[in-house]
Design a protein around this ligand. Structure first.
Ligand code: 13P
Ligand code: 13P
Ligand code: MG
Ligand code: MG
Ligand code: MG
Ligand code: MG
Length: 364
């Protein structure tokens, strides 16, 4: 029987502002999932990254299972109810919100799932981010599964030497395409280098073994309007023909810039942190990522290990702070502020509307 890992997340309210999930919500979510263990699910772990409540669940029901998704939804509804009572900020925010919170992105829960036959030993890494979008994983997934200067196993491990297959989603046109690496690496990069539109959804070994799965909820369409950026999650299996745990997390030592941060409208450095530091503070950020490591054993989650709670990641955090200084100095200017195309999905059009009648045509 196969094991399924489902990571489902939503921002259902936070304090203060958009900085962190309240411990009461974590407690209630953990209890509700614990009660479902043995019936709907096998095992669970609840955590947060910034203001996003993260439900990690294992079961045998496969991807997109109604019971699992309903369980997650009910947890979010219950937590949103408590958040409303406490008047937490953006209570119910990602549940097709009634409280508008500065941008119209991210209005539904995010989901990353994978089903697999457990190997003799199955290391699993769950990545959870706040204040960015699903395309933020593109750079790292390429480094992990296709860059031989990052993952030495691509070169020296005969069981990885043949490369990987990537599935890319176009979140504007709602279509998908697969690329094989190393032979089509340049073609893959042509698309995933534009992470606001092209998002890696899955990575497999060429024999079909699932290696990585991400949330791509940026494609949510609501009321005919584009709304769906969401602080993303990602699940990666490691070792034995897949990149090692160390090869999976090493790329996060490079401080790349991602879209999100304040009001979902700015580029900022992506900072790997331990869960103890997974609170978005400075300018509502900077964008953060946590990684919990587990061993999966007959559906049980052995762990977690807090992978970025580690002095080996101190220097990238310092470099993120330096980049933050450089970007923040731009104030409301690009490229700190997102491009106009991206700003269409923020609150800026509301400002432009106020001036639409004051513009005059220039004489010929
Ligand atoms: P150990 O000898 O510590 O088990 O390390 C094996 C390895 O391959 C590390 O990447
Ligand atoms: P979240 O998507 O994390 O709620 O962020 C919203 C925001 O506007 C932060 O400034
Ligand atoms: Mg929020
Ligand atoms: Mg448990
Ligand atoms: Mg968030
Ligand atoms: Mg969000």
């Amino acid at each position: 029987v196969k094991t399924t890992v489902s990571v489902i997340k939503a921002d259902v309210g936070s304090y203060p502002g958009h900085s962190r999930t309240h411990p009461k919500l974590l407690e209630v979510a953990a209890r509700m999932l614990k009660e479902a263990e043995g019936s709907t699910i096998i095992d669970s772990y609840v955590t947060h990254c910034g203001d996003d409540l993260e439900l990690i669940m294992t079961h045998t029901k496969g991807e997109d299972n109604e019971e699992i998704h309903e369980l997650a939804w009910n947890v979010f509804l219950e937590c949103a109810k408590i958040a409303k009572e406490m008047k937490l900020y953006g209570a119910g925010q990602d549940l097709l919100a009634d409280a508008f919170s500065g941008n119209v992105k991210g209005m539904g829960p995010g989901v990353a799932e994978m089903e697999f036959e457990e190997r003799g030993s199955d290391p699993l890494l769950v990545f959870m981010a706040d204040k960015t979008e699903p395309g933020a994983w593109n750079y790292f997934l390429y480094k992990i599964f296709a860059d031989p200067f990052s993952t030495s196993g691509l070169v020296i491990d005969p069981s990885m030497h043949q490369g990987f297959t990537f599935e890319v989603h176009d979140v504007m046109e709602k279509r998908r395409i697969r690329f094989n690496t190393p032979e089509e690496s340049y073609s893959l990069l042509a698309y995933i280098g534009a992470p606001s539109r092209y998002v890696i959804k899955y990575v497999w070994k060429k024999d079909g073994t699932i290696a990585a799965s991400t949330s791509t909820q940026r494609l949510n369409m609501m009321a005919g309007r584009y709304v769906g950026k969401d602080d993303p999650v990602m699940v990666i299996r490691a070792q034995s023909g897949l990149p090692s745990v160390g090869e999976v997390i090493d790329p996060f030592r490079t401080p790349i810039l991602v879209a999100g941060w304040m009001r979902g409208s700015h580029h900022g450095p992506f900072m790997p942190v331990g869960v103890c530091d997974a609170n978005c503070t400075q300018f509502d950020g900077p964008p953060r990522v946590v990684c919990l490591g587990f061993q999966v054993s007959n559906g049980k989650l052995i762990g977690p290990a807090d992978m970025f709670d580690d002095p080996a990641f101190n220097r990238v955090r310092d470099r993120c702070c330096e980049l933050s200084d450089v970007l923040r100095a731009h104030g409301p200017f690009e490229p700190h502020r997102l491009s106009l195309e991206e700003m269409e999905y923020t609150t800026l059009p509301g400002v432009e509307k106020q001036f639409k009648d004051r513009w005059e045509d220039l004489p010929e």
